[in-house]
Design a protein around this ligand. Sequence first.
Ligand SMILES: C[S@@+](CC[C@H](N)C(=O)[O-])C[C@H]1O[C@@H](n2cnc3c(N)ncnc32)[C@H](O)[C@@H]1O
Length: 198
Amino acid sequence: MKMLGFEKLLVNSPWSKKRGLALAKKLLELTELGDRTDFLEIGCGNGEVSRYIAKTYMGSVTATDIDSEQINANLKSKDKTSNLTFQVADAIMLPFADMSFDVIISFGVLHHVADWQKALAEINRVLKPGGYLIYADVIYPEAISDMDRVSRFSFGLEAIDIDEINDYLETNGYKEIHSLTEKSLVCQNYEAVYHKSD
Ligand SMILES: C[S@@+](CC[C@H](N)C(=O)[O-])C[C@H]1O[C@@H](n2cnc3c(N)ncnc32)[C@H](O)[C@@H]1O
């Protein structure tokens, strides 16, 4: 779901860029990457994380978002590198061949995707064996998601289920190498790094 104007302001703010970058740096340090790595970012928003990865790692970075305004803003940015491409793509229908990427990174996206189970299956499809999933999200209780759904100003908040995500990933041969849950007043912030078996 596309963001409301208020959320867009927040996602494109310097605070949000700094926060995403710090998280990406921290979680990427937990991976062991080869010389050449092909990255996919799902729901890149302001694009800061993908720009950082493209400058820091050898290989390619494909930054995607469902929102063409976000993609166009990134395409207009002067901060460019030749190994970075931006394109519109829906997490539940990724326009990539099976096993295309070594690392998939997605921050704060699945809680906006009604069929987040399908998005997870797509992540699994396009991630290479031996690859990493670097994931962070906001976990809302069902009650908040239900209230949001009937609100006039709905943010499209889905109550994603981390246990279900972990069960799916475990069944498909992933090992969790890091996870952290931080509770706040109405939601939880979750971050994790998973390694897919060869
Ligand atoms: C809360 S923002 C997070 C943006 C960025 N990852 C960050 O951490 O700053 C959520 C992003 O997910 C995108 N998004 C929502 N639904 C999506 C979908 N089905 N497929 C791809 N991107 C989606 C939104 O357009 C938005 O850019």
